[in-house]
Write a protein that binds this ligand. Structure first.
Ligand SMILES: Cc1cc2nc3c(=O)[nH]c(=O)nc-3n(C[C@H](O)[C@H](O)[C@H](O)COP(=O)(O)OP(=O)(O)OC[C@H]3O[C@@H](n4cnc5c(N)ncnc54)[C@H](O)[C@@H]3O)c2cc1C
Length: 292
């Protein structure tokens, strides 16, 4: 039996992934599924596991570079509302892995709950943020994460409590296939004060990013507390480019692409930046972006 038998309504073949990523680049997924509920999701994952088919989870694609040749196996996208619910009870916010991080933050702020607002302006989903422990100015999502429910590669649903979770700079022990939901323990605060703080942080964070209409990605982790952007500039790489991919003039740790760019342009530019920073400054840059 083919893995998609009975799931023809949610599985497509040869789906172009570029429109699902912030860089708007990359080839096709061999198979692409948008399950309509958690049972469908779990059954699909179990069948792929049995067939040894590789499975990947796509969030909002803000930290992804898909190669021009595309990816084999199944790419799962949590696009339906059931995976994106956000609710608050007492001081705990619960969010689906497919919920926009911005939705979780604005809900918390509206309810007068502090803890997530430093992350305002970071694009993507709650699942993507937990997978890579998204952070801004020394605050990361792991700090207030209380627990999570995940789906493993074998299709088993497991709860992870706070004491099982480990978060480090842009790293998280939540590395199972799907982060389904997560709980965040937040602190009560005056909603008006909180809103003002969030607005100020939004302005600061947005000013350090390329413009919203640019196809872009943040490339490297900041090594040992030094910003990757300043290292790139110190190495004399401001304005560097490869093909139709170039460094953003607003922040040298972002690559922006022109419409005719390819993923190979971006990969060439990443290699060029890494090699030159190592050669001129002796620092090895590690990519923050996931490359499929
Ligand atoms: C303009 C811009 C500004 C940015 N600023 C910041 C910043 O300040 N700080 C920061 O940390 N990052 C920043 N990023 C990077 C990016 O926004 C974050 O890494 C974000 O959390 C990625 O979420 P996503 O949903 O887009 O994940 P995707 O890019 O879709 O996926 C990234 C990884 O997460 C995994 N993943 C996604 N969803 C799930 C899930 N539900 N379960 C399991 N795994 C999942 C994917 O499999 C993939 O491995 C920025 C990016 C851009 C384009």
């Amino acid at each position: 039996m083919a893995f998609q038998t009975g799931f023809e309504h949610i599985v497509r073949e040869g789906e172009l992934l570029a429109p699902y990523t912030w860089l708007r680049l990359g080839g096709e997924a061999q198979y692409f599924a948008e399950p309509t509920n958690v049972n469908e999701l779990a059954e699909l994952v179990r069948r792929c596991h049995q067939d040894d088919m590789p499975v990947r989870l796509l969030g909002a694609g803000s930290n992804l570079l898909v190669r021009d040749e595309g990816v084999s196996g199944l790419v799962i996208h949590l696009s339906v509302a059931q995976f994106s619910e956000v609710s608050v009870k007492d001081e705990v916010l619960t969010a689906g892995g497919g919920a926009k991080l911005s939705h979780a933050i604005s809900t918390a702020v509206r309810e007068g709950l502090a803890g997530l607002e430093p992350l305002v302006g970071i694009p993507g989903t709650v699942g993507g943020a937990l997978h890579g422990n998204a952070s801004s100015h020394g605050n990361d999502i792991g700090q207030c994460t209380q627990g999570a429910t995940v789906l493993t590669h074998s299709g088993e649903m497991v709860s992870r409590s706070r004491d099982e979770l480990v978060f480090a700079y842009r790293e998280s022990s939540l590395d199972e296939l799907v982060i389904l939901t997560a709980q965040f323990q937040l602190e009560p605060e005056d909603p008006q004060e909180l809103t003002k703080r969030m607005q100020k942080l939004w302005i600061v964070n947005k000013a350090a990013q390329p413009l919203r209409d640019q196809n872009t990605a943040m490339v490297f982790k900041d090594p040992g507390g030094i910003s990757a952007a300043s290292l790139i500039e110190q190495a004399g790489l401001k304005g560097a480019s490869a093909g139709s991919a170039e460094l953003s003039d607003r922040n040298a740790n972002f690559i922006v692409t022109r419409p005719d760019a390819t993923s190979s342009d971006v990969l060439k530019l990443i290699d060029q930046l890494r090699e030159t920073v190592l050669e001129r400054l002796g620092v090895e840059l590690e990519t923050a972006i996931d490359i499929w």
